[in-house]
Design a protein around this ligand. Sequence first.
Ligand code: PHE
Length: 339
Amino acid sequence: MFDYKQPLKEIEIIKTLEQLEDFFQKYLGKQGTLTLAFKEMAALSPEEKKEAGKVLSEAKAILTESYDIKVQELSIGQINEALQKDLVDSSLEKSSYTIGHRSLLAEVRREAEDVCKSMGFIIEYGTDAVTKFENFESVNIPLTHPATEMQDTIYLKETDPRGEPLILRTQTSAMQNFMIKKYGVPLKAVVPGKVYRYENMDATHDTMFYQLEGIVVDKGITIAHAKHMIEKLLSAILKKDVETRMRPAYFPFVEPGFEIDARYEITDPKTGEKTMSKWMEVLWAGMIHPKVLETAGVDPKEYSGFAFGMWLSRLAAVRYGIKDIRYFTNGDLRFAKSF
Ligand code: PHE
């Protein structure tokens, strides 16, 4: 007769759900010995059946209950084990990182944009890759003109519809024609952005730097407007009344043209003593050449205007008292962290 004591001993030492499944098949499954014992009862006499039925039913109830309890026990054990493996050790120290700050160039550019916006300028960025027409011819620099030599150019493989190679703009003046055509006149707009030149790099020259081009076109615009607005802009960007000086200069797209220098000073943070003071060329400007207006479809007899180009990288150097503009882009963390 079936005795449940042996299976009870077996189930007690079962450790895994797989072993438990084997146990179930061995006794309670379709081919299990207990199931078979029930089937064998058919051959017994009614008396024996009664007796056997009692014993087997009791065994089935006990084993089924033990099985259910064991399933619970092992499942919970498994869940706990998984949780244990997944446990996040919150006592671990987090890796130390510090939140940085915007690049100084981006900072100065954004602030310059805000100042320009408050003065009523439209802001446009244009593109870094431009046609030779935009960069040179539209601003009165024929391709054979020696002035193209002043701005050593980086050429791209791609060509424009004329078959001329595209170039990386050497000056934001490349956007003057585009702006006038896009917005018409009267116009007050600035283009802050990167320009690229194949330069010999030194403390004040880099192959990529930030300019900010301004262009104002209306009826009756004079040099007086230009001078006033440029001084206002410079002081707002440098956050102090800057000392400036104007010198005549030649650019094919302005007549007359001038260069504006700002006084650049470095003071020793400990002693407050001035360790360096010199003029730095930071801005060029001039009255827009009639040919530039004509090329953009504006009648120079009716309209006049001025344009200016700021060298934002140098302005940033003046503002933060930095000796070498290459620091802005060379990725030296010691530099970045000192601001
Ligand atoms: N585009 C000139 C340069 O990069 C600067 C400039 C801008 C001069 C506007 C006059 C007027 O050298």
